[in-house]
Design a protein around this ligand. Structure first.
Ligand SMILES: [Zn+2]
Length: 330
């Protein structure tokens, strides 16, 4: 998601090829490492205060972690970057209307509102001038929106984010939540990042999540959750949401690693899967607990094989859902 626009990751450091020989040796340690990370995720304090995106991975290794690469997946459709579309989303028939009544009306999340922000928009690339328009994000002005990244085979991040958003919406509605999407491919481009935040604010969301996949270098793998740092500048004031957003993010990261088996990013977050940033308009302008999740790196072949798998995307959505449910139930 990053290389096309400034609302996203700074350029990521390439992993050293010298690390590659370690992969096999460390593979045996991965389950333990994940367990350890899970424990960390369960008990870690809020806000690591880190300079998001700037810290490199330390010892955490992910190359050998997710073993269910593309072709192993049993469900229909080509998995790996074959140049064709990944397996389609099993969608319930639904209008493009953003807000929908919960299906599990008496579920545990009855009365809770979740706003899901599918990053980017499949039409953004046709509207360069509109999405390049600057909007105020409190701390500074930045582009309305960006096109997002894509796999090497050309499958766009904006399709990925919508697909996962639909799956997550279904899961949360089954729990009784009222779910609103910031966009559902029902507008030609955008919305701008300030409006994406505003939608969550106006919905008085109990939790909001912006779904992305990264566009980093080959060999950079794994997911990370981006937490809002403390910002108080102009229209941005995140001070009240820093702590609850950190809690939300930690629970989502825990659910994600548990269900997908994916390891935290090996290139940002120091192996924690958590990164704090103060430059994202979608977070800076939020007044409700909100995080971003970068589900993997679309430019890495192994991560791309996962991201293009419908089975894996379902797990990703399930992991997020479990984290959100845990957060909302307290
Ligand atoms: Zn993105």
């Amino acid at each position: 998601m990053s290389y096309t626009g400034p609302d996203f990751e700074p350029p990521q450091p390439r992993r050293s090829p010298l690390r590659r020989p370690l992969t096999v040796a460390i593979a045996a340690l991965v389950p333990g490492a994940l367990l350890g990370w899970g424990v960390y995720a369960a008990v870690a304090g809020p806000d690591d205060g880190g300079g998001g995106g700037a810290d490199r991975a330390s010892g955490a290794r992910t190359s050998a972690a997710p073993s269910s690469d593309g072709p192993a997946s049993p469900s229909a459709g080509p998995k790996a970057p074959t140049g064709t579309s990944p397996s389609p989303t099993p969608r319930k028939p639904s209008p493009s209307a953003s807000r929908s009544a919960p299906a599990g009306a008496n579920g545990p999340l009855k009365g809770k509102v979740v706003v899901i922000d599918p990053g980017h928009n499949p039409g953004n690339f046709r509207h360069a001038s509109e999405i390049n328009r600057k909007v105020n994000v409190g701390t500074h002005w930045k582009e309305c929106d960006t096109t997002g990244t894509a796999t090497d085979a050309g499958w766009p991040e904006a399709k990925f984010t919508l697909d996962v958003a639909h799956r997550l919406r279904t899961l949360l509605e089954e729990q009784g939540a009222t779910v609103e999407l910031t966009q559902d491919d029902d507008r030609p481009y955008g919305p701008c990042v300030d409006e994406r935040a505003r939608i969550g604010n106006e919905a008085k969301a109990d939790a909001a999540i912006s779904i992305h996949a990264d566009g980093s270098g080959d060999g950079n793998r794994g997911f990370h959750v981006i937490l809002p740092g403390s910002v108080h500048d102009g229209a941005a004031d995140t001070r009240a949401i820093v702590a609850p957003s950190a809690e939300l993010g930690q629970r989502i990261a825990g659910g994600f690693v548990r269900v997908t088996g994916s390891a935290p990013s090996n290139y940002v977050g120091g192996g924690t899967g958590l990164v704090t940033r103060t430059d994202l308009g979608g977070l800076n302008l939020s007044t409700v607990p909100k995080v971003f999740i970068e589900c993997g790196n679309m430019r890495d072949g192994k991560d791309a094989a996962l991201l293009t798998s419908g089975d894996w995307r379902q797990k990703a959505a399930q992991g997020m859902s479990e984290g959100i449910v845990s957060f909302l139930r307290g």
